[in-house]
Design a protein around this ligand. Structure first.
Ligand code: 13P
Ligand code: SF4
Length: 376
């Protein structure tokens, strides 16, 4: 039902504050998005992560996982890169795009709780503590940050001979890092780091967990000296919900089914899965599978629901791994009302929620990102 407060086609508006958009009905918000997009034309491109809700995802020009979206942001010529994802993704778009382009996040509250588990003060303290135990960390340890991290942590990696990785390229990046220095400091996701090291045959005892809230990460000097990978104690609140028992119960019921998970899941879940990979990989593998197959998927619910719908015509059954709802609540903040507000403002000549990384951080962060793009 229409709210009657806003009607398409009467912009430019005297008042483009969000209050007037927050009350829009779904139907009105959708109409205003389409209207503003028509007025903006090719000046704006909408990049959407696979976890976006359906009512936003339907407006995407381009979709992808974090690596693909980073590449797309670097390639587009659009004046405005409207990022339907989370804050670190919009920061990467800003860093990799040209100065005359603007990356925009429709709701600034769309952060990533995992990215918030590491910050520069804690990483610098960790580096100092490692220096005290090992001496000269810039010769001994390559810092590797998962792309799910703030720009200043990417800058830290750029400045210390380090690199960024994503869920797609982590194995290649860790090879690159270990070829340069004997150890890796991997932050903020311990699970992606552990799975990556495990696949390389690194013993679990040589992957020590660094707790940033404890002195020396809670590790004895010998543990630090023995470690090949130091895993920052961070995790994804969504993927931590998936448990190996969910897989075992499902396999008992459907022994011919296949299990596919994101590497942010814990090691047991990854080990029990038939396939492990990024959101794009999950979509690709299930899409390419033979008709009438059955799948259990360990990643965010919006992606799984969409995939289940898309696969139905081929008789494929796609099921969600956890018995409870696991959505990325921060991705969910990008709703049609915020998207309508953002696009209406752009069409009226006002930029809202631009994401601009300071040059002092953007330069070294770009170094770390470009190393990643070259390696992967
Ligand atoms: P992908 O790069 O695989 O899309 O993962 C991003 C993410 O945040 C998963 O939780
Ligand atoms: Fe961050 Fe987890 Fe959401 Fe991915 S699913 S954006 S890691 S909180």
């Amino acid at each position: 039902m229409s709210s009657g407060r806003l009607a398409p086609g009467d912009a430019p508006w005297a008042d483009l504050g969000f209050e007037r958009f927050g009350v829009l009905s779904e139907e009105d918000a959708q109409a205003r998005i389409l209207d503003a997009r028509a007025r903006l034309g090719k000046r704006a491109v909408l990049l959407c992560h696979h976890y976006q809700r359906a009512d936003v995802y339907r407006h995407a020009d381009l979709t992808g996982d974090s690596l693909k979206l980073a590449r797309l942001a670097a390639q587009t010529d659009a004046e405005f890169i409207v990022f339907c994802g989370v804050h670190f993704m919009a920061e990467v778009a800003d860093i990799l795009s040209r100065p005359e382009q603007t990356a925009i996040l429709p709701d600034l509250a769309a952060g990533c709780s995992m990215a918030d588990m590491a910050n520069l003060a804690k990483v610098e303290r960790c580096w100092r503590e490692l220096a005290a135990v090992l001496g000269a960390p810039d010769e001994k340890i390559t810092p590797v940050t998962y792309i799910n991290s703030a720009a200043d942590l990417k800058a830290f990696c750029g400045a210390h001979g380090g690199i960024v990785c994503t869920s797609t390229n982590a194995p290649k990046i860790v090879d690159w890092a270990l070829a340069r220095r004997e150890k890796v400091l991997f932050f903020p996701d311990q699970h992606l780091g552990r799975w990556t090291g495990f696949k390389k045959g690194i013993a679990l005892e040589q992957m020590a967990v660094w707790d940033p809230d404890l002195e020396n990460g809670g590790l004895a000097p010998e543990e630090i000296a023995n470690a090949r990978i130091l895993l920052w104690k961070g995790h994804c609140s969504v993927h931590q919900m998936f448990q190996v028992e969910h897989i075992r119960r499902w396999r008992a019921q459907y022994p011919d089914g296949q299990v596919i998970s994101h590497p942010e899941c814990n090691l047991d879940v990854c080990r029990e899965s038939d396939h492990v990979g990024s959101t794009e990989y999950i979509r690709d593998i299930v899409s390419a599978a033979p008709a009438n197959t059955r799948w259990l998927v360990g990643t965010e619910l919006n992606l799984v629901n969409r995939l289940a719908e898309q696969m139905k015509p081929q008789g494929k059954i796609v099921q969600f791994m956890a018995p409870m709802v696991c959505m990325c609540s921060t991705m969910q903040r990008i709703d049609p009302q915020h998207l309508a507000w953002t696009l209406e403002n752009l069409a009226a000549g006002q930029i809202v929620n631009p994401i601009r990384v300071a040059a002092s951080e953007a330069e070294p962060a770009r170094t770390a990102l470009e190393r990643m793009l070259t390696v992967s």
